[in-house]
Design a protein around this ligand. Structure first.
Ligand SMILES: CC/C=C\C/C=C\C/C=C\C/C=C\CCC(=O)SCCNC(=O)CCNC(=O)[C@H](O)C(C)(C)COP(=O)(O)OP(=O)(O)OC[C@H]1O[C@@H](n2cnc3c(N)ncnc32)[C@H](O)[C@@H]1OP(=O)(O)O
Ligand SMILES: Cc1cc2nc3c(=O)[nH]c(=O)nc-3n(C[C@H](O)[C@H](O)[C@H](O)COP(=O)(O)OP(=O)(O)OC[C@H]3O[C@@H](n4cnc5c(N)ncnc54)[C@H](O)[C@@H]3O)c2cc1C
Length: 671
């Protein structure tokens, strides 16, 4: 954070910081995943932010579309050099998932880098889908930025249904090449980040044909532009998909092939091979291993959701400490808006959710690493559970994060609507995460498949995998006894999830018994299946969040333990109050207990209030990363709003030419 001199800090914020009764740094360490991670992040920030400070002469938002793209490319090149020459030295290859790298990228780009998918998906797919020989060929080139890649899976006609993709890759044994082709308009690759104008290579997911047989979708590395001239190769048609709600510097592109040839070796062959004579050989033990990059990105998106929500919460809480409005008590000064319980209700759940998602995200990352280690030994048994887990966590975390970022904008009143608050841009960026890498509903339905199977296993007394083990107790189908202890609330959330899953399974059974096909019975149950999946995910987040808080604060100071537990309890109580209908149905909760719960919630808001600014300071965002007039560390909100307003091109002259061209003639009746 940019602390400046204490004299520059808004007096209300200064008082807030004096009120804070816990050690902020200890909380920062917990959020980063340990003291070593915080130190590494800060080291990376020190290197990168020095350069970022002078990277933009004109604010990004004042440039036109083309200028913004050019500027984003310029900055991406500067940033890539820093990553390559300095940051990777600090962290090694693991840097690709390092929080330090993720944060510093935001100092360079208010919107999104056109290189994002290069590091975000192109490189991970090379690591996950190539043989060691192929990796040795492609990875150094990609890391050195000698080639720039995109990931083109989605087509104009299909995104969700990967098996329905239409691009073909037909093997020609005579030349030992694949022939890529886009047979229809709807087969046009669409959306790939970095593809429109930036990338010279692209991972293309296409239907593989060899010896006249289709073997389903497979990934290929495809050179699409000449490395020197950057002209698209003959047979390749590539361009930008048009203006978007956000991501306008991310260069999302379209791509079409006309009988375009690539060498056989460009098929990514870790999970399946095509031999020189065209024989297809399956290597992978699991059908869906070619979907591996998507699982990886879904796992990282949970922490991405936490990160962006933490930024929004920092902006809105600091602003709410500075902003004074209304006069509830006659004759008394206007209160800070943060003192209104309704404002605390809007904002403290944002802080708690950022913690919940970050700690759940770190836990998911460790689970992912463990499954990966098993798979390296040939054991894919835990892949279905990881897929179910990452699908629902990606769906719920991105959806919650987007909704709560919008809530932060509401909490900032009119000033939250200013681009300079950075809340609109954050929202437009995060709301896309609910769609890309698997749409919300579609992913919850993937988890639901796993849950219904797990329920059937529970009913027949089989051993269940860890994340659904709670279904075994619920198979008794009795209402759980409500208690507002943390364990009691988690048990009740699990009972809700189990009850909903059981109701889905019963509905499917009922329909199939009366002659409905299994597919139709499933479709007729999807509204409740989505709800069951979300309930399962919420119960899992609550359990993981509480478990991690208990574990990580065991060696912390008492005050840190208290404030972390207050936040986690707030998260649980908030969701209990949000789902009272479900609790009434699946637990013994009654009206007096609901009233007690509401009081507990209000008490928690009051307890957290003095530490609110300290809690967002603990997210440790430097001003260069927040990019916000409302959220800067010093709280000079009004000064910054004015300074930014004066940078508007509309303030360059006192009279605009349109006055002389149109308004004056209109007034004179001469238009
Ligand atoms: C500055 C910013 C910085 C950082 C940001 C951080 C990171 C971001 C980086 C990049 C992200 C940016 C942009 C996004 C890019 C994209 O969007 S790429 C495109 C992504 N596309 C999708 O996600 C498509 C979603 N669709 C699917 O995943 C699948 O098609 C499907 C799962 C919906 C269905 O697949 P099908 O093949 O039809 O399968 P099915 O018949 O439904 O199921 C068959 C069985 O297979 C299981 N299964 C499905 N998927 C997986 C998997 N991935 N792993 C393991 N198992 C899987 C499924 O559960 C079924 O099992 P059963 O036992 O029930 O039969
Ligand atoms: C900003 C952004 C960046 C992207 N970057 C990339 C990229 O780099 N590379 C890439 O390949 N793709 C990319 N995508 C594409 C993205 O992955 C897809 O848009 C996403 O997977 C959703 O697919 P779709 O657009 O086909 O939506 P659809 O599947 O058409 O969804 C439309 C609606 O139908 C519903 N629906 C669809 N199927 C079902 C079903 N079976 N059951 C119930 N409801 C269903 C959905 O819930 C949704 O409400 C990007 C998208 C965006 C917005």
């Amino acid at each position: 954070m940019t602390k400046g001199t204490q004299a520059d800090v808004n007096p209300d914020l200064k008082k807030e910081r004096l009120k804070c009764n816990f050690n902020i740094q200890e909380v920062t360490f917990i959020i980063d995943g340990g003291k070593d991670k915080t130190l590494q992040r800060k080291k990376i920030e020190d290197v990168a932010l020095n350069i970022a400070a002078s990277i933009d002469e004109v604010p990004e938002e004042c440039l036109n579309l083309k200028e913004r793209y050019d500027n984003a490319v310029r900055k991406s090149c500067v940033y890539s050099n820093i990553v390559k020459n300095e940051l990777l030295e600090i962290t090694g290859l693991e840097a690709l998932g390092s929080p330090g790298l993720r944060r510093t990228a935001d100092a360079f780009f208010k919107d999104v880098s056109p290189f994002m998918l290069h590091l975000g998906m192109f490189v991970p797919t090379i690591i996950g889908q190539c043989t060691p020989e192929q990796q040795a060929h492609w990875l150094p080139k990609a890391l050195e930025m000698q080639i720039i890649g995109a990931y083109a899976q989605t087509e104009l006609g299909h995104g969700t249904f990967i098996r329905g993709l239409e691009t073909t890759a037909t093997y020609d044994p005579a030349t030992e090449e694949f022939v890529l082709h886009s047979p229809t308009l709807t087969s046009t690759k669409w959306w790939a980040g970095g593809l429109g104008n930036t990338a010279n290579h692209c991972i293309v997911v296409a239907q593989l044909y060899t010896k006249g047989q289709c073997h389903g979708t497979h990934p290929f590395i495809v050179p699409i532009r000449d490395l020197d001239t950057h002209e698209p190769f003959p047979g390749v048609k590539v361009g930008d998909v048009g203006i978007r709600m956000g991501f306008n510097t991310a260069d999302n592109g379209f791509l079409r092939f006309n009988q375009y040839r690539i060498p056989r070796e460009n098929m990514m062959m870790k999970n399946a091979k095509v031999m020189k004579d065209g024989t297809y050989v399956k290597v992978a033990r699991h059908e869906k291993l070619t979907y591996g990059t998507m699982v990886f990105v879904r796992v990282t998106l949970v922490m991405e959701a936490a990160f962006n929500l933490a930024k929004a919460a920092t902006i809105a809480v600091r602003y709410s400490a500075v902003r004074r409005q209304s006069q509830p008590k006659p004759g008394e000064p206007e209160p800070q808006i943060l003192d209104y319980p309704t404002q605390q209700h809007k904002l403290f759940i944002c802080i708690a959710t950022a913690h919940a998602l970050q700690l759940t995200g770190l836990w998911l990352w460790r689970t992912f690493e463990a499954v990966l280690a098993d798979m390296r030994k040939g054991d894919t048994d835990s892949l279905p559970e990881l897929h179910a887990l990452s699908s629902c966590l990606k769906a719920v975390s991105t959806s919650d994060s987007a909704a709560l970022i919008e809530q932060c904008r509401f909490a900032c009143g009119g000033h939250g609507y200013m681009l300079s608050s950075n809340l609109p841009l954050l929202y437009s960026f995060v709301t896309a995460t609910r769609t890309y890498e698997g749409d919300y509903t579609v992913l919850l339905l993937q988890t639901a498949r796993f849950l219904v199977k797990a329920w059937e296993q529970a009913e027949s007394g089989k051993v269940l995998t860890p994340t659904v083990a709670y279904l075994a107790c619920a198979a008794a189908k009795e209402k759980v006894v409500w208690s507002d202890s943390v364990d009691g609330m988690i048990r009740s959330f699990q009972a809700v999830a189990a009850g909903k899953i059981a109701a889905c399974a019963e509905n499917i059974k009922r329909l199939t018994k009366t002659g409905t096909s299994l597919e139709d019975a499933w479709q007729l149950s999807t509204v409740r299946l989505v709800a069951a999946s979300e309930a399962h995910c919420r119960a899992m987040i609550c359990q993981a969040y509480w478990h991690e808080v208990t574990r990580l604060t065991a060696s912390c100071s008492a005050s840190v333990k208290i404030v972390m537990e207050q936040l986690a309890t707030l998260y649980l109580v908030y969701w209990a109050l949000e789902t009272t209908g479900d609790l009434l149905r699946y637990s013994t909760i009654c009206e007096s207990e609901l009233n007690k719960l509401q009081l507990k919630y209000e008490e928690l808001l009051a307890l957290i209030r003095p530490n609110a600014v300290g809690l967002v300071d603990a997210f440790d965002f430097r001003d260069e990363i927040l990019h916000s007039t409302l959220g800067a560390y010093d709280g000079r909100v009004y000064e910054r709003l004015m300074e930014e307003a004066l940078k508007s091109p509309l303030n360059e002259t006192s009279v605009q030419s349109s006055f002389h061209k149109y308004i004056r003639p209109l007034a004179k009746g001469k238009l």
